[in-house]
Design a protein around this ligand. Structure first.
Ligand code: G3H
Length: 255
């Protein structure tokens, strides 16, 4: 049984006071729910901007909210101005890191082989990489969505020698921040295809144990349907993760 994971990607939003207020509001909701004997049935993860991680560390860890970075470098350390290593993320309390988000692929020219290298370094640092994949509108309209996603999964997974949990996140690029979402049928088809690739590469047991998240305009209003879709093991939430009420409503929509 895969426990659902609701992950908030705050992207490049919020100053320290905003981040702290958001984390504290979430922690408060969790505490209330635990005291009432109704804790959410999912794991919670927040991925704030790098500079907020040390500031949020104790609030997150006291509330048992996992923290993740939004990216890491593929190298362990060295002359990489402006970059952050996986070990640095672990050092400030992260247990996850997003890799290969479409905004990184678009804005920074990251290719799947770069994503695989980052995922591999993340595993070595003891982090769980959340490997993001997804097709563009043009690719879907051309009937190439499944091919594109399958090849992104194959090429973005760390080498088979790497051990440790990975999480996959399917985010159709055209659904990110647009208010558009894939239909449940499309999501089920893509998630099923991703699980098949995982089974092919890593075997059935690993494929069945691996969480595959959906991302792209997940909101309180559509969360229950998306989270109830076959092979959907959680959500990677952007805009709606910036409001504690909305993120909490998504978390509590987990079946
Ligand atoms: O990482 C999160 C995704 O890019 C989804 O963002 P969104 O929920 O604002 O569409």
């Amino acid at each position: 049984m895969r426990r659902k994971l609701i992950a908030g990607n705050w992207k490049m939003n919020g100053l320290s006071r905003d981040g702290l207020a958001l984390a504290e509001a979430l922690a408060g909701k969790l505490e209330e729910a635990r005291l009432a004997g109704t804790p959410p049935s999912c794991d919670l993860l927040i991925c704030p901007p790098f500079v907020l991680l040390p500031i949020l560390r104790s609030t997150a860890s006291d509330a048992e909210i996992a923290m993740g970075g939004q990216d890491c470098h593929a190298a362990e350390s060295g002359a990489h101005t402006g970059d952050t290593s996986a070990a640095m993320l672990a050092d400030v309390g992260c247990s996850f890191v997003l890799v290969g988000h479409s905004e990184r692929r678009q804005d920074h020219g990251e290719r799947s082989k770069d994503v695989a290298a980052k995922a591999s370094t993340a595993l070595s640092a003891g982090l769980t990489p959340v490997i993001c994949v997804g097709e563009t509108r043009e690719e879907r309209d051309a009937g190439r969505a499944l091919d594109v996603i399958e090849s992104q999964v194959r090429d973005s997974l760390p080498s088979a020698g790497g051990s440790g949990e990975v999480v996959l996140a399917y985010e159709p690029v055209w659904a990110i921040g647009t208010g558009l979402t894939a239909t449940s049928a499309d999501v089920a088809e893509v998630h099923g295809a991703i699980r098949k690739v995982l089974a092919d590469l890593r075997g059935d047991a690993t494929a069945q144990a691996t969480r595959i998240l959906y991302g792209g305009s997940v909101k309180p209003a559509n969360a229950a349907e998306l989270l109830g879709t076959a092979d959907v093991d959680g959500a990677l939430v952007g805009g709606a993760s910036l409001k504690a009420e909305d993120f909490w409503a998504i978390a509590t929509a987990c079946p």
